[in-house]
Design a protein around this ligand. Structure first.
Ligand code: HEC
Ligand code: HEC
Length: 504
């Protein structure tokens, strides 16, 4: 006889008990009093003194900061938010196991781990987010998952509930290939295609006789995609501090938006609006390179379904990203089964545990914050205008049942808004309300640990930048003036700026 689902339901952890008692609650934001808002505004004011670190600057995750040796090496992105109770810790470890789990083809003896595909990009979450860090584009020689995906769509009118969202752009998943190019398939099914990348070098002059070389990617897919297919290559971003980002009050993010550049600073951040499957309503986009997902549950559920082919409560259908046009793939064996709890390849408890894990990864403490070069670099960061988008500080909402995330001063260096980054970075593929030239400001916390955690130093949405300096030099559009200030500043200030980024 088949055992129904994993042994997870037997473990009556806090999360499981709460889920069985009541359906999952989306994060509730508490209104702030005027006095509290004034106190917070004072704490969030930009620094004026660069001779010493600011109070609490060493702890980017607030009390959710990993300290000491655990915050440095390969496991720097693996610690939980300090301050979680023992039951939440247990949930974290169960979620972590699901994040690392290698899914297999259905039907298999272990029903708890089957349902892979039929089309997929990787067999586990960890395969693309190594060490909970960032993925990288696949090299010409590599086999296996790389941590890069190619999103697909076509220009078309969206369904009524999406069209009703103000500013929603006219796109739909590709009618034959779905939301993403899957480069793997289970036995008996054909992968949709393979992405190939060619780079050409562009030499860029800098002040002081220095130069940098940027590599411009050229993407192709074999077999060729149907004409009219819009594509967007993306690498997997790091997983730290996501629960803290989810706890930044939406009102604070919206207050910083300046869609028509009313303050005339050349920077016009826009809030992305997306359809949230978790809430069943439109919501502020926070996650993904174009803010394409509103909540962590939305993002995690879509990763299971689209990247691995695992159905779940928000994405039912064991066929994952196979479209109706792909009939062979639609009818291939999958892991859904009426014997399983909820009949899905991953039930609501599995989804909640993985989401809890994704929300509970702490942020490593800063290094060398009192170093003179780092402080000079911080001054350059502010002087060049980087902080206009990479907002250093936020205060999270009060969450009475969640002390690890509640009312923390955090330092993610993002406004979570969309910005026009110019032609050089454009994918020309709109997503929800984000245009083909817009990207969401990525958080910079932990970026100096990329080599230690993920074993490479590749940045930006498609990993084209081989160093932090290259990442900055690709900035265009609204960020062009900031980029030009970096190219023009004395070489020792540029080196200090990079040293500051490395200390994050
Ligand atoms: C095939 C590679 C791949 C796999 C497998 C994968 N991811 Fe991702 N992940 C990505 C990419 C690429 C993005 C950026 C997506 C975007 O821009 O929309 C991402 C984004 C995310 C984000 C948002 C992070 C942020 O900063 O906004 C979370 C959370 C996440 N993934 C969790 C997961 C979980 C959980 C799994 C397993 C169920 C998983 N991922 C599996 C590639 C992958
Ligand atoms: C107009 C808003 C804006 C300004 C100003 C800006 N950035 Fe960015 N930054 C972004 C966006 C959006 C991205 C993501 C672009 C992409 O991936 O295509 C980004 C990406 C980055 C990255 C790579 C992050 C990663 O995870 O790969 C670094 C590093 C960075 N910025 C540093 C800086 C520095 C230093 C400055 C000041 C010189 C600066 N930025 C100014 C919006 C901005």
């Amino acid at each position: 006889m088949r055992s129904a689902q994993p042994c997870l339901p037997l473990l009556r952890t806090a999360l499981v008990a709460a889920l069985l008692a009541a359906p999952a609650q989306a994060l509730e934001e508490q209104p702030r009093s005027a006095a509290e808002a004034a106190r917070i505004a004072a704490v969030l004011a930009p620094p004026t003194d660069f001779t010493a670190p600011e109070p609490f600057e060493a702890l980017p995750g607030g009390s959710g900061t990993t300290r000491g040796a655990a915050a440095r090496g390969r496991a720097a992105f693996a610690a939980t938010l300090p301050g979680m109770g023992p039951e939440q810790e247990l949930d974290f470890h169960l979620g972590s196991a699901l994040f690392g789990k290698l899914w297999v083809t259905a039907p298999s003896a272990t029903r708890a781990s089957d349902g892979l595909g039929p089309l997929f990009n990787a067999r586990s979450c960890l395969g693309c987010h190594p060490g909970n860090g960032r993925g990288q584009p696949r090299g010409a020689e590599d086999r296996g998952a790389s941590g890069m995906v190619l999103r697909l769509s076509v220009a078309a009118d969206p369904p009524a509930e999406l069209a009703a969202i103000e500013g929603y752009l006219a796109t739909l998943p590709h009618p034959e290939l779905g939301e993403q190019l899957q480069d793997f398939a289970v036995a008996g099914q054909a992968p949709e295609g393979q992405l190939a990348i060619r780079y050409t070098e562009i030499v860029v002059p800098l002040s002081g006789g220095e130069t940098a070389s940027l590599r411009q990617p050229v993407y192709s897919v074999g077999p060729a995609l149907p004409p009219g297919t819009l594509t967007s290559p993306r690498i997997a971003p790091p997983m730290i501090g996501l629960g803290l980002l989810e706890a930044i009050p939406a009102a604070d993010i919206l207050a910083a938006a300046d869609p028509h550049d009313a303050d005339g600073d050349g920077i016009s951040g826009r809030a992305g609006t997306v359809w949230s499957r978790e809430r069943g309503a439109p919501a502020l986009g926070r996650f993904g390179w174009k803010a394409g997902h509103a909540t962590l549950a939305d993002q995690v559920a879509s990763a299971f379904a689209i990247d691995i082919g695992i159905s779940n409560p928000l994405y039912p259908g064991g066929w994952g990203d196979c479209t109706e046009a792909q009939t062979g793939c639609r009818t291939a064996p999958h892991g859904e089964d009426a014997d399983l709890r909820e009949g899905l390849e991953l039930d609501s408890i599995g989804l909640a545990l993985t989401t809890h894990f994704a929300a509970a990864l702490a942020v490593p403490e800063r290094r060398s914050i009192a170093d003179r070069q780092v402080l000079r670099g911080k001054e350059m960061f502010h002087a060049a205008g980087c902080a206009a988008c990479h907002t250093p500080k936020h205060v999270t909402t009060r969450l009475p049942d969640d002390p690890a995330r509640s009312f923390q001063l955090i330092w993610p260096y993002t406004d979570l808004l969309l910005h026009d980054m110019g032609e050089g970075l454009a994918d020309h593929r709109p997503e929800a309300t984000a245009s083909g030239t817009e990207w969401r400001t990525p958080p910079l916390w932990g970026i100096g640990l990329t080599q230690a955690v993920s074993g490479h130093t590749l940045y930006l949405h498609d990993g084209r930048a081989r160093s932090l300096l290259e990442a900055v030099l690709w900035h265009g559009g609204e960020a062009q003036p900031a980029r030009d200030r970096v190219a023009d500043m004395p070489p020792e200030d540029r080196a200090a700026l990079i040293r500051f980024l490395e200390s994050l």
